[in-house]
Design a protein around this ligand. Structure first.
Ligand code: SF4
Ligand code: SF4
Length: 337
């Protein structure tokens, strides 16, 4: 696969070459960054840590209309999902999360909504050169320049970006850019490797997950769950903004004789999530719900798909209003084993 160089001053030309595709890139203030479509002539904002809302919203929107229908009538309209898009500046942990979530949405059979978006998307990653305070991707199989889930990886080398194609889609993007790009040489590849090693060495949070997936079932009644969930508010932030969380609810919204069926993000940290119609709730308190969140990511998903469903992005730590810290929980799990 090819490796090319893009001079930063040629951004507008590069973006122009992607005409016909919607380009999504991080936008907004640092604390509120999220992926949104880039308007023509606008340079993507790539000097950022990570977006608050993960790019999962592009393939698994917070609310998505599945179809519209008329009560008592024949009319049934299924929304068209036919726009090719490039997601530019995805952090490697978030790209890995999509590869991990693909397992779930293709479990019994392919989820047509998810995969329609996914197939129309080209993922262009951005190597992390300055990891965040709570990043721990290297503990869970990732890294600052991990290529898993990406089609193309960009690395900021100062005045230029190094662009490395990973898949055919990435290669096609480089071809489409044509003369806007120059060939990369060994010097730039070595510089990228140096930056990546430096970034990995700067990751301060870590936990060794060895033994956790097998050990968690034996800690079912351990007092640690009460301890780590005592201050939880049940707000769901840690799951809504987690790139690997994928739970949803399906509802019909009716207005007069028109209706739509939509699916929306849900969270296992909500009381109603497991509430039975009888009123019984198998996860009646935050103790059980926190235990489920950790078991789901670090045990059930490993059993089912042989991969930890956490990419160490640190969002749940950064954004929890009461500072509940998954690395700290995992350390307590290790101590209890
Ligand atoms: S559990 Fe937390 S650290 Fe892991 S992927 Fe989700 S938000 Fe990121
Ligand atoms: S973000 Fe924190 S307070 Fe909110 S549900 Fe998650 S652990 Fe509980």
């Amino acid at each position: 696969m090819s490796a090319m160089l893009l001079n930063k001053e040629k951004w507008p030309d590069f973006v122009e070459k992607l005409a016909g595709k919607t380009i999504w890139a991080p936008q907004g203030e640092e604390a509120e960054m999220r992926f949104a479509p880039v308007t023509e002539g606008e340079a993507p904002a790539l000097e950022y840590g990570n977006t608050r809302v993960p790019p999962k919203q592009a393939v698994f929107p917070q609310t998505e209309t599945m179809f519209r229908f008329q009560l008592g009538g024949e009319e049934l309209e299924i929304p068209k999902l036919e726009e090719e898009a490039v997601l530019l500046g995805v952090r490697p942990c978030d790209a890995r999360s999509m590869a991990i979530v693909d397992n779930l949405f293709s479990w019994d059979e392919n989820d047509p909504y998810y995969f329609k978006h996914r197939e129309l998307l080209t993922l262009v990653g951005l190597t992390c050169t300055e990891p965040g305070l709570n990043c721990f991707c290297t503990s869970v199989g990732g890294g600052p320049a991990s290529k898993e889930g990406l089609d193309l990886l960009m690395t900021d080398l100062g005045d230029q970006y190094l662009l490395e194609a990973i898949t055919e889609k990435g290669e096609a993007l480089l071809k489409a850019a044509g003369e806007v790009l120059e060939d990369a040489g060994d010097e730039q590849i070595k510089e990228k490797e140096r930056l990546t090693e430096e970034a990995a060495a700067n990751i301060k949070r870590n936990v060794n997950p060895d033994g956790i997936p097998e050990g968690l079932p034996g800690l079912w009644e351990d007092p640690l769950w009460q301890r780590v969930s005592a201050s939880c508010l049940g707000c769901g932030t840690c799951t809504y903004l987690c790139p690997t969380c994928h739970c949803f609810d399906i509802q019909d919204e009716v207005e007069g004789f028109s209706a739509r069926r939509c699916r929306t993000w849900d969270s296992c940290m909500f009381n109603e999530y497991t509430m039975h119609t009888s009123g019984h709730n198998p996860r009646p308190s935050r103790r059980e719900r926190t235990r489920n969140r950790i078991n789901h990511k670090y045990s059930y998903y490993v059993d089912k798909f042989d991969v930890i469903a956490c990419v160490g992005c640190g969002r749940c730590i950064n954004l929890c209003p009461v500072n509940i810290d998954i690395v700290d929980i995992l350390r307590q799990v290790k101590e209890a084993l």
